[in-house]
Design a protein around this ligand. Structure first.
Ligand SMILES: Nc1ncnc2c1ncn2[C@@H]1O[C@H](COP(=O)(O)OP(=O)(O)O)[C@@H](O)[C@H]1O
Ligand SMILES: [Mg+2]
Length: 328
């Protein structure tokens, strides 16, 4: 049996949910059958982790367990000190999606330059140091966003003449530098079609793209389910050719991000792309801690998405367990 852990924040005030009630629990049970034991860990000390371990019937408390790899899903931007302490206490246990790759993907300017240098085409992005109005006149429409933003906070559609603040509050409420990205025009009849494709390494390290999710809004150019956009399987609402292009583009992004000194530690990546009027995808940003994965689709139709959802939850742990053969 190989032991791996996910580093995250656990609610210690109540017992863990029944293991079969959530996709991650069902994934952990499936992994057990393949000889991989998952620990959900919120504590680390002396190279060992504590939290809850998966068993076929329940999550059980576990103290000071030795693991061969850790998927870092800790909300680092929200709890930077706690995160740094935890990582330090891991004493060099191999980390999946480590802080270096997360920091790069969080920075929308640095990550876009990294991808562009490796041949990924994205809508032009600039900071606010140049002649912003000239840029805007050239583009017609742009999106102003916080440099380290998430979940659509602080993102605004802007046109020439708009007064654009040089900083704006990001997801954590603190001000961040404003970036300006040329707008991808939406297809006729839509305010925006935003897609999310999760790409993951399989046990052998081969990149696999999951089913892209399309979030669509007829009224809001900042497309977000929390702001009322609908979420559907892209294969249900876009041509097969577009879905294939989304998956190939997302895999290219993962390969480009993994072209980094820590690239072998990239387990999975969420790739956001907008759909243009010709139904071609344009990558706009990356996420190294993709939340939700297929939750929205699963909520719409549990029977159809149950297996895909479990597969997506399990896959990063298979790679983590597979490439690390030594037990410390
Ligand atoms: N270049 C763009 N063209 C069209 N829409 C965009 C563009 N950039 C952002 N948006 C809209 O704003 C939303 C949030 O932007 P995004 O860059 O994904 O930031 P966040 O990290 O906050 O999710 C997108 O889902 C999309 O609807
Ligand atoms: Mg996004």
């Amino acid at each position: 049996m190989k032991r791996v852990a996910a580093l995250l924040v656990l609610d210690r005030t109540r017992p863990p949910p029944p293991i079969a009630s959530l996709p991650m629990g069902r994934a952990a049970v499936a992994l057990l059958r393949d000889g991989i034991e998952v620990i959900l860990a919120d504590q680390a000390s002396n190279g060992r982790v504590s939290g809850f371990v998966a068993t076929p019937t329940a999550w059980l408390p576990i103290q000071d367990a030795v693991v061969c790899g850790v998927y870092d899903r800790f909300p680092m931007p929200r709890f930077p000190q706690r995160h740094a302490q935890l990582v330090q206490q891991l004493h060099g246990i191999p980390l999946g999606n480590p802080v270096s790759l997360r920091a790069l993907s969080r920075d929308k300017l640095a990550s876009q330059r990294h991808l562009e240098a490796r041949g990924v085409v994205m809508p032009t992005v600039v900071d606010m140091t140049g002649d912003v109005q000239a840029m805007l006149r050239d583009w017609g429409v742009a999106f102003a966003k916080p440099q380290f933003g998430a979940v659509g906070v602080g993102v605004e559609r802007v046109v020439p003449g708009d007064d654009i603040a040089p900083t704006r509050p990001g997801a954590l409420g603190v001000h961040e530098p404003t970036l300006l990205q040329c707008a991808v025009r939406p297809p006729e009849g839509w305010a925006g079609i935003a897609t999310r494709t999760v790409v993951q390494r399989d046990a052998q390290g081969v990149w696999i793209a999951g089913p892209p999710v399309a979030r669509r809004s007829r009224i809001d150019a900042v497309v977000n389910v929390a702001r009322g956009a609908s979420a559907d399987a892209a294969e249900d609402v876009l041509p097969a050719q577009t879905v294939r292009a989304l998956q190939l583009t997302a895999i290219r992004c993962a390969q480009a991000l993994a072209d980094h000194p820590d690239g072998a530690d990239l387990l999975e990546l969420g790739v956001d792309a907008m759909i243009d009027p010709e139904l071609n995808p344009w990558v706009i940003e990356l996420n190294t801690r993709p939340w939700g994965r297929l939750s929205a689709l699963y909520a719409n139709d549990p029977e159809r998405w149950r297996q895909a959802h479990v597969d997506l939850c399990a896959r990063p742990f298979r790679y983590l367990a597979g490439r690390r053969t030594h037990i410390r």
